[in-house]
Design a protein around this ligand. Structure first.
Ligand code: IVH
Length: 678
């Protein structure tokens, strides 16, 4: 391979990992591996300046900018830190600083919190703005979301500079993260891989009310401004703490390299007892004057460095590989291992992800494998110790048939996972469909948890979701673990579910790729089950946001006789199979031809609901304010940039209350409108 080819292939690979990490929030390699590849590319680019490319992954710091937030330029760019992985490299940093300063200096050691960074601006003691890192030069204004974080003070106490910036890390505590994933699992939503992704995903939500329920936390670690109170970083942090900021107790002034190593060693184990994720130590020069003298490279300060903890690893024997079938039919390979201690827990199983990963590892039964537990929930196998392979066991192959029902597995183009296509008769899939059907956002039938469903399935009382309506109190209460009271409650809840509106019934059917929002769109577009059942491909893709994948899936669902029979039964049990009368009525043309921007948060409907309402009334929801905007539907905490733009273009701002009157929806807002704009 030529150098040019090597550079190109590294760039492509890194771009893909950047995409997995920043866009999909699903990293597939460790930070360590990513950093190693990035330095390899950096080195090649330095040696061969003739291949310079302004768009190389080495030329950017990674962007988390998304639509829907105003972008704000950082007064001071938000840089990243150089990473080190050994005490030797920390010593090199120390030597560089010593040579650079040529005088005595102190260092401050802090924990490196593993969340998402934030820059907060305070003016006269009040939080003015909160901005994400973005591309380092400009980020998203997420003030409304950040205000929901209880550990971030909105007003300060004591004597503080009239204007300053403070930076820190927004975190989702482990306990909150575990709870959130449990809930997502029960709703069949994809899980967050780690608390970092959960925190950054949460910060980008368009609805601050949901952000508030996510119980984020924040530690602050860096102050900037023209008139900071002290000349030393540590003293400024302590001042910040006294004004009300959360500053970590794990912050130490170190006068020698030895003290730095002691700090590293102590926290390498002690961090496991913390309620939030950390991935290393940050070492900073204490004096601000010395920081200034050392200055910055293009990407990071010369006065600070990160030491990254090694992801915890263990070596153990691979005994077998089993294959689990999930609710959606996705087949996950799981490695069964000799039990081994890792991060304080005994690990016996690890995820192998998919067929490509198994092939890339060249896995054989009996291999000694490396198991890692980074920030991720499930430990994973990262490598095989080839030197330890003396007797070669059977090569691990991905299975061809479903271990639960024997059907031949399929793999969709561009997807890594294998699926069992037998969705109507494969036991875990049937049980999964039932769990989905009864879930809160679907039919909301209480008392039928996954264990009860499994019990009913094993006792042949449930074969498909329609059977739920045939359940009888005596047979239910005869089951072990289920008293007559719970049996009665299940029946009552089933009765109530007949009132669940059509759009949720469509969601409850569990048609692949038809989530809550798509179900709503389908229900409104076709208005009853017969029309949906006979909808053609062209009719389906004509619906807003419905593409080829969903259209194919809907057609496939209704082409299966068993599904049609199931729907007939559900209809006979009295479930709603058409949109309610009042929703059917044409909503009117009040907004015909109008382009409307939605900004801020609302009392009566979510932003998504307002989008639908606008469309139902003949209008169009657009993202940014322009001369073509008819008006802005302005809620609380509307972004200042949008407001400025609207004012300068003479675009009207309409309150929620005015808007509801315009479309003829009753509201008694005057009593509790809390907006500050009007
Ligand atoms: S100082 C100019 N201190 O690590 C240096 N950063 O790669 C400003 N981080 O983007 C950063 N804990 O998100 C600093 N105690 C700490 C930190 C910390 C976590 C994150 C931060 C930054 C990244 C640097």
């Amino acid at each position: 391979m030529t150098v040019a080819d090597k550079i190109e292939s590294l760039r492509r690979e890194l771009e893909q990992h950047n995409y997995n990490y920043y866009v999909l929030s699903q990293p597939s390699i460790t930070d360590f591996e990513f950093d190693a590849k990035l330095s390899e590319l950096q080195k090649l680019e330095e040696e061969h300046p003739e291949f310079f490319d302004p768009n190389s992954p080495t030329q950017r710091v990674g962007s988390d900018i998304s639509d829907g937030f105003n972008q704000v330029a950082h007064v001071y760019p938000m840089l990243s830190l150089g990473n080190t992985y050994s005490e030797g490299e920390v010593q090199d940093f120390y030597e560089r600083v010593r040579k650079g300063l040529n005088e005595d200096f102190e260092l401050v050691c802090e924990l490196k919190y593993d969340g998402t960074s934030i820059s907060l601006t305070y003016e006269n003691g009040s939080l003015l703005r909160a901005v994400t890192r973005g591309d380092g030069e400009k980020g998203d204004d997420v003030t409304a979301n950040v205000k929901t974080i209880r550990s971030i003070p909105l007003r300060l106490n004591g004597s503080f500079p009239s204007k300053f910036e403070i930076r820190g890390e927004i975190l989702m505590p482990w306990a909150v993260f575990d709870e959130l994933n449990r809930e997502r699992e029960s709703q069949e939503e994809t899980l967050f891989a780690n608390p970092r992704n959960a925190a950054s995903g949460t910060l980008k939500l368009q609805n601050p009310a949901i952000v508030a329920t996510r119980k984020l936390d924040a530690y602050l670690y860096y102050m900037l401004g023209e008139q900071l109170p002290c000349e030393k970083h540590y003293d400024n942090l302590m001042a910040a703490r006294s004004w009300g900021f959360k500053v970590s107790d794990a912050t130490r002034v170190c006068k020698s390299l030895n003290e730095v190593f002691e700090f590293i060693q102590y926290w390498d184990t002690e961090r496991k007892n913390l309620p939030v994720a950390t991935d290393g130590i940050v070492i900073k020069v204490n004096s601000l004057l010395q920081q200034k003298n050392l200055g910055f490279t293009a990407k990071s300060p010369r006065w600070a460095i990160a030491y990254k903890f090694q992801a915890e690893k263990a070596v153990t024997r691979l005994n077998s590989v089993s294959f689990q079938v999930g609710r959606t039919g996705a087949v996950t390979p799981v490695a069964n291992l000799d039990p081994v201690q890792l991060s304080g827990t005994t690990v016996k199983r690890a995820s192998l992800h998919n067929a490509d990963i198994i092939a890339a590892l060249d896995l054989h039964i009996g291999d000694m494998v490396y198991v890692e537990k980074g920030g991720e929930i499930i430990p994973k196998i990262t490598a095989v110790d080839m030197d330890a392979r003396i007797l070669v066991g059977d090569k691990v192959h991905f299975i061809k048939n479903c271990p639960e029902c024997g059907s031949e597995l399929v793999r969709f183009e561009s997807e890594a996972a294998h699926y069992c296509p037998n969705d109507n008769a494969c036991p875990p899939q049937i049980k999964g469909k039932m769990e989905h059907f009864v879930s809160r956002k679907a039919m909301n039938i209480e008392g039928l948890g996954s264990e009860t469903i499994a019990l009913l399935y094993e006792n042949n009382l449930l074969r498909n979701v329609a059977d739920i309506y045939e359940l009888k109190i005596p047979e239910l209460s005869r089951l072990e673990r289920l008293g007559s009271k719970s049996a009665q409650n299940i029946k009552i809840s089933c009765e109530k579910s007949r009132e669940v509106p059509f759009e949720r019934v469509v969601f409850a059917l569990g048609i692949r790729f038809v989530g809550e929002t798509v179900a709503k769109k389908l229900a409104y577009a076709f208005t009853n089950i017969e029309a949906l059942e006979t909808a053609t491909y062209d009719q389906l893709i004509a619906v807003d946001e419905i593409g080829d994948r969903i259209a194919q899936s809907v057609i496939k669902y209704f082409a299966d006789e068993r599904n049609v029979e199931l729907i007939t039964r559900l209809k006979n049990y009295g479930l709603k199979m058409a949109l309610a009368e009042e929703k059917l009525q044409a909503a009117g043309d009040a907004l015909k031809g109008m382009a409307i921007v939605i900004s801020g948060t609302f009392q009566h409907h979510s932003r998504d609901e307002y989008k639908t309402i606008i469309e139902k009334h003949g209008g169009k929801n657009t993202g940014s304010v322009s001369a073509k905007t008819s008006f802005v539907l302005a809620g609380d905490n509307m972004g200042p940039e949008k407001m400025k733009k609207a004012e300068s273009l003479g675009v009207k701002l309409m309150t929620e209350s005015e808007f509801l009157s315009l479309i003829g929806e009753k509201n008694n807002d005057e009593a509790h409108f809390t907006g500050t704009l009007f």
